[in-house]
Design a protein around this ligand. Sequence first.
Ligand code: NAD
Ligand code: GLY
Length: 370
Amino acid sequence: MTRTVPVGLGARAYDVVIGQGVLDEAGQRLLPFLKNRRVAVVSDETVWGLHGERLSAVLDRSGIDVSPVIVPPGEHTKSFEGLADVIDRLLGLELDRGDLVVAFGGGVVGDLAGFAAAVYKRGIEFVQIPTTLLAQVDSSVGGKTAIDTPRGKNLVGAFHQPRLVLADLDVLATLPDREVRAGYAEIIKYGLLGDFAFFEWLEAHGREVLAKAPEALTHAVARSVEMKAEIVAEDEKEQGRRALLNLGHTFGHALEAETGYGEALLHGEAVAAGMSLAFRFSVAQGACAAQDASRARAAIASAGLPTRLADIPGSPFAAERLVRHMAQDKKAEAGKLTFILARAIGDAYVARDVPAYAVRDFLLAEGAGQ
Ligand code: NAD
Ligand code: GLY
């Protein structure tokens, strides 16, 4: 069963096609966007090694010439150096504005290739073929592209919408379980931030989603994408409601910074712990009932995801250092901290002007060091 979710952005509207085997339709689906029958496929070594031949064969059958641009896997590739390398190789291929970049991989490849496409010759079109659960439910949709700098994550980037997103659920067969759980964190996020009924459905069916049972997985991905598409269509440049998609991210990014953006703590795991912390912080701020925070935590923990600082390798972290990372986060304006907090499960809101001392006290109560 294939589901198509439209992202309603007027002249820049596009479809997210979700289902088993949609990769096999890539050639036919890309052709309408090609002036020349050639594409540069940016992928990482792991994804290309596992699925590159299949994608090349599919595109070849439609007479599309494929130039692979393969990068090392991992967050460290989402850097100025990684960007310079990709752009240099696109220039070497003499790609022009009539050609297309295809981002074939997880969120790292999508963010990097998308940003490269945004700045290459002042902008070239691109298509996302996300291969991780996280990328399928979140990063491939909505047009945020970016690289990291030593000062923090995603600090340099652009809004650049893809022309099409093809989310083939079959490619998830090779995704390690830990990455599946990390992606599942972003799925729970949608329930927690704005859809209580979906959260309840996940409580009942989360195991099936994690086991990649086709029907449950299709529903979970499609509902997540629907929610993201609806929010992005309303607030593409994050002037308001789109910020809700950052639930768990202020805590999460600080934890990723402390753990070095690597294997110790995956992005989705950081978001999982961050969401649990955000719910408990909401309780501490008097905004949310304690039982909602417990229920949110239980749902996250039952997926094998971290929910407490103590669950994270390297803990205890110094509260002061975590707060400093948060203050450097681009969501911090004029020294005030911005958090996505919750009134209840399914009812998140943007809290600006959160005082740093309140966050520090909360982190100390959560077991952070002085
Ligand atoms: P990732 O791209 O690093 O992929 C995780 C790992 O899985 C990599 O080692 C990759 O090689 C491997 N992999 C990918 N697909 C595979 C497959 N099908 N089978 C086997 N292995 C596979 O990480 P991610 O979790 O997909 O993305 C995280 C990144 O996404 C972060 O940089 C984060 O900032 C970004 N992000 C961006 C947005 C956005 O809106 N742009 C949203 C959320 C996250
Ligand atoms: N992942 C947050 C956003 O796309 O806005």
